[in-house]
Design a binder for this molecule. Structure first.
Ligand SMILES: [Zn+2]
Length: 264
């Protein structure tokens, strides 16, 4: 394995026509990764893919935007989480991006589900895969996320860890998460947007993971097309460029970070 996509959704129907070809190309490029569930069905499908491919692993959980339709079911996810190819719990978290839809009831339900995912992660000793999206111009979702992770970490004897994917927070939020033994990961959004450069430059390399969040956010080279995990190479190259560091050294370090977090 040379590259690691810490967060992709190659089990989605978006790949119904060419999934086998894509997975073959990932194998050729030596790209491994975590296939992330967003609800029960996609979590099962993530595990089914991981069972068939040596360098794919699965994360199981319910996305905060799905939690209203599909309440968290501990026993369902516990049955998946004990599988050795399930290396994380999630994606779970807080999505405050559309305040008009965000009643206090919705917020409370997201927070309760995040706590339940954290308990499951602690129960199986696996890391969390976190989705946190603040409302425009604020860091509100990160503030609440950090408070909940802190609370759960104390409750579980400091054993919680994980990755905050598609990181859009600032340095303060990043350092609060590092203190809680979390990493942050960046997508191909950094190949065309520059507002994350300062954070990428300032944080320790040991705390960064690469991801694509495919099928979402394709890189600058093929913007607005369907994305895929092959783009992780561009993410790593861009991180190295922004930091002014040797690309191969950055690739190795990021791969080691992922191996450490997910135990792969
Ligand atoms: Zn995702």
């Amino acid at each position: 394995m040379r590259y690691f996509d810490a967060h992709c959704h190659v089990q989605f129907d978006d790949y119904a026509d060419d999934q086998a070809t894509l997975l073959e190309r990932m194998r050729e490029r030596e790209i491994g990764g975590v296939v992330v569930g967003v609800d029960q069905r996609s979590s099962e499908e993530a595990l089914a893919l991981a069972e068939r491919h040596d360098e794919l692993w699965a994360a199981v959980g319910t996305h905060p935007n799905r939690i209203a339709q599909e309440p968290f079911d501990h026993d369902f996810y516990a049955a998946l989480a004990r599988h050795p190819k399930v290396v994380a719990v999630g994606e779970c978290g807080l999505d405050y991006y559309r305040p008009s839809e965000l009643t206090s009831e919705v917020k409370r339900a997201q927070q309760a589900a995040l706590r339940a995912h954290a308990d499951l992660a602690a129960e199986f000793g696996k890391p969390l895969v976190i989705h946190a999206r603040p409302s425009k111009g604020t860091q509100d979702a990160y503030r609440d996320l950090i408070a909940i992770v802190r609370e759960k970490n104390v409750q579980h004897g400091g054993r919680l860890r994980g990755d905050v994917h598609f990181f859009v927070g600032g340095l303060e939020e990043a350092h609060a998460l590092f203190a809680l033994d979390f990493t942050i990961s960046f997508t191909a959004v950094i190949t065309f947007a520059h507002e994350y450069d300062a954070v990428i430059r300032a944080v320790p390399l040991e705390r960064i993971l690469s991801e694509t969040d495919a099928p979402y956010v394709a890189p600058a080279s093929r913007r607005h097309e369907r994305n895929d995990p092959l783009a992780v190479e561009e993410v790593v190259r861009r991180i190295a460029e922004i930091r002014g560091e040797d690309e191969d050294a950055v690739r190795e370090a990021i791969l080691a970070n992922a191996r450490g977090l997910f135990g792969v």
